[in-house]
Write a protein that binds this ligand. Structure first.
Ligand code: COA
Length: 174
């Protein structure tokens, strides 16, 4: 499976992506507001093995794609995990590529896939209130802040708050 955007190709991971993924996943800058990373080599290997295994699931619940320029190595990850008709969106990009709209482009594409192809009735995403760039990405792709959860995310030993964003499908049957 793959998704094409204006500038990006979101494609399935392979185990051969290890070096490219580990280069951004082991960078402390990506981990300031998230519980993912900075990765050890073992963490990155495990992450890729999980992504590859999910591709073969008969009922797929994890859609984690490499963010790439066509025919180039991954420089980020975007993922949608699905549970009972609801999705949870997340993303991370190599810090050297921040600020150029790539996260917005990738997240918008996966959100559209979740709504239009998977027909999910709700897609949520959370971010730390201090993670202004991430909150901005979620706003720019049309998600709406629906809540603030106090001390709900344990990040390296510290309980942190989360903003909750939602993209609710309005046409679902009740
Ligand atoms: C969050 C992240 C994916 C954003 O990636 P990105 O490619 O830089 O995002 P975009 O360029 O698409 O958009 C970022 C937006 O935030 C804004 N922004 C960035 N840093 C900001 C800051 N410190 N204060 C205010 N706005 C900020 C940008 O100006 C842009 O908004 P604009 O288009 O209105 O100008 C990236 O910072 C990242 O990988 N962080 C580490 C992992 C992470 O935190 N993931 C999110 C988990 S909730």
């Amino acid at each position: 499976m793959e998704l094409q955007t204006e500038r990006l190709l979101l494609r399935e991971y392979t185990l051969g992506d290890f070096a490219a993924v580990h280069s951004f996943a082991s960078d402390v800058r990506i981990a300031e507001y998230v519980d993912w990373g900075p990765n050890t080599a073992g963490d990155t290997q495990e992450f890729l093995e999980m992504c590859v295994a999910a591709q073969g699931d008969s009922v797929r619940t994890a859609f984690t794609f490499a963010v790439t320029f066509p025919n180039r190595d991954p420089f980020g990850s975007v993922g949608l995990s699905v549970d009972h008709g609801r999705g949870e969106l997340g993303y991370v990009l190599d810090a050297d590529h921040w600020g150029r709209g790539y996260a917005t482009e990738a997240a918008a594409s996966l959100l559209r896939f979740g709504k239009e192809t998977l027909r999910l009735r709700d897609i949520t995403a959370t971010c730390r209130p201090e993670n202004t760039a991430s909150a901005r990405v979620l706003e720019k792709i049309g998600m709406v802040q629906v809540g603030l959860r106090r001390a709900d995310k344990l990040i390296r030993g510290e309980w942190r708050d989360s903003l909750v964003f939602s993209a609710h499908r309005v046409d679902h049957k009740r």
